[in-house]
Design a protein around this ligand. Structure first.
Ligand SMILES: NC(=O)c1ccc[n+]([C@@H]2O[C@H](COP(=O)([O-])OP(=O)(O)OC[C@H]3O[C@@H](n4cnc5c(N)ncnc54)[C@H](O)[C@@H]3O)[C@@H](O)[C@H]2O)c1
Length: 356
C-alpha cells in the first residue's frame, strides 16, 4: 500500500512522549477503542501514533481533503487489527456512524484548518467546522461514546488586547475559521449540558512539528519558513513581523489530548488553553529557524499584512494545569530543532531520490 522508501519519513515514533507520562497514561488507555476524526492530518497523525503506542484500538475518519493519506495508510498496513481507516466526511452520517461505532472516546480534529482558506471558502469552512462538529456530537451520542475531546482554536479570542489569553475572556472571532471553531466549542458545551455527554474543548495555540504540510498556499508559518530557508530562499513575513504567537510543539498538543481523554474528573464542555505559555514575534522566529537551517544570511522579505490574522497571542495555562494536569513537555527551542531536523531529512531524502 505504501512505498517502502517513504517509510523513513512517515513512520510512527517521530515524537516520543516522556516516560513518566507514558507510564501514567498506558494503564488507562491500553485496549481502549477510540475514534480520531481528521486522523490523517498533521496533529491527528501524531495523536494516532501516540494512541497506537499506548495500546488503543483506533478508527480514523478523514476525507483526505488536506492530507495525502500516506501516514495513515502505513499505520493500517502495519497494524491492521488495531488501526482502521474510514475514508469519508464528517458531514456524512453513515461514514461517521461507521467510524464512531464502539468507541469509548472520540478525538475530534477534522476541520478546514486554516484562516486564509476560510477567508477564501467561508461556507465550506463553516459547514465542516461547525455543522461537522454538531454531526460528530450527534454520532457520539447515538453510539454512547464516553467522552469527546474537541480540537478548538485560540483564534476564538480574536483581537482582545489582554495577554496572556484566559479562558474567561470574551471571545471575539475575526475570521470565518475562528467563528466556526468557536461554534464547535458551543456545541461541546451545549451537548454536555443537554445530553450529559462528557466533552472538552482544547484551544490550541499555534501548533508546529514534523509532518506539518509546507507546500500549500495555506501552510503554517514554521513549515513555510523552514522549507524556504532549507531551499536557500528568504522567508516571507506578512505585516511588520512584530506580530507574536504562542508556538507550541505538537507533542504538547498530543499530550493534552491524552490527558483530556483520561481525566477522572467529569468534563462538561470546558474550553481549555493548550499552548506553551510564552510568545515569540515572527522576526525572532525567522531568526531562530534561520540559525537552525544555517541560513542567517537570508533575512525575511516583508509583504503587506493578511486579513484574518490576529496581532498577538499567548496562552495562560492555569486552567489546563488545574483541570488536566497539563504543562508543556517539549520547549519551543527543542521543538524547533526537532522540526527543522525533520524537514532537512525530507529535503535530503528527496534530493537523493532525484539523484537515483
Ligand atoms: N495546527 C494548529 O496550529 C491548530 C491550531 C488551533 C486549532 N487547530 C485545530 O486542530 C485540528 C487539527 O489541525 P491540523 O493542523 O492537524 O490540520 P490538518 O488540516 O492537518 O488536519 C485536519 C484533517 O481533517 C481532514 N478533514 C477536513 N475536512 C474533513 C471532513 N469534512 N471530513 C473528514 N475529514 C476532514 C483533513 O483532510 C485533515 O486531514 C483542527 O480541528 C484545527 O482546527 C490546529
Amino acid at each position: 500500500m505504501t512505498n517502502p522508501r517513504d517509510r523513513r519519513y512517515h513512520t510512527p515514533g517521530v515524537l516520543k512522549l516522556p516516560n513518566d507520562s507514558v507510564a501514567r497514561l498506558r494503564p488507562k488507555l491500553q485496549g481502549r477503542a477510540v475514534c480520531v476524526t481528521g486522523g490523517a492530518g498533521f496533529i491527528g497523525g501524531h495523536l494516532v501514533d501516540a494512541l497506537l503506542s499506548l495500546g488503543c484500538r483506533i478508527r480514523v475518519i478523514d476525507d483526505l481533503s488536506n492530507a495525502d493519506g500516506r501516514h495513515i495508510a502505513e499505520l493500517v498496513d502495519m497494524e491492521p487489527e488495531r488501526v482502521q481507516f474510514v475514508h469519508g466526511s464528517i458531514l456524512d452520517d453513515r461514514a461517521l456512524d461507521d467510524a464512531v461505532r464502539g468507541a469509548h472516546t472520540v478525538f475530534h480534529l477534522a476541520a478546514v484548518s486554516s484562516v486564509p482558506r476560510s477567508i477564501a471558502e467561508p461556507e465550506r469552512s463553516y459547514a465542516v467546522n461547525a455543522l461537522g462538529t454538531l454531526r460528530v456530537a450527534e454520532a457520539a451520542r447515538r453510539a454512547g461514546v464516553g467522552r469527546i475531546v474537541y480540537s478548538a482554536s485560540s483564534s476564538a479570542y480574536g483581537e482582545g488586547e489582554r495577554l496572556p489569553k484566559v479562558e474567561s475572556d470574551v471571545p471575539a472571532p475575526v475570521s470565518p475559521y475562528a467563528a466556526s471553531k468557536l461554534a464547535g466549542e458551543h456545541v461541546m458545551l451545549a451537548w454536555a449540558k443537554s445530553y450529559d455527554l462528557s466533552t472538552v474543548s482544547l484551544r490550541y495555540f499555534n501548533i508546529f512539528g514534523p509532518r506539518q504540510p509546507a507546500d500549500s498556499p495555506y501552510a503554517a508559518v514554521i513549515a513555510v519558513f523552514a522549507r524556504a530557508l532549507l531551499s536557500g530562499r528568504a522567508p516571507v513575513i506578512f505585516g511588520d513581523g512584530l506580530q507574536s504567537r504562542d508556538f507550541t510543539f505538537v507533542a504538547n498538543a498530543v499530550l493534552a489530548n491524552l490527558l483530556a481523554a483520561t481525566a477522572d474528573r467529569p468534563l462538561r464542555g470546558e474550553a481549555v488553553n493548550i499552548g506553551s505559555g510564552s510568545r515569540l514575534d515572527l522576526l525572532q522566529l525567522a531568526r531562530l529557524i534561520a540559525e537552525r537551517c544555517g541560513a542567517t544570511h537570508l533575512p525575511p522579505r516583508m509583504e503587506p499584512p493578511r486579513a484574518g490574522d490576529v496581532r498577538h497571542s499567548q496562552a495562560d495555562l492555569t486552567l489546563a494545569r488545574e483541570l488536566l494536569g497539563y504543562s508543556p513537555v517539549v520547549s519551543l527551542e527543542d521543538g524547533l530543532s526537532r522540526t527543522i531536523d525533520w524537514y532537512r531529512g525530507v529535503r535530503d531524502h528527496c534530493a537523493n531520490d532525484a539523484g537515483t
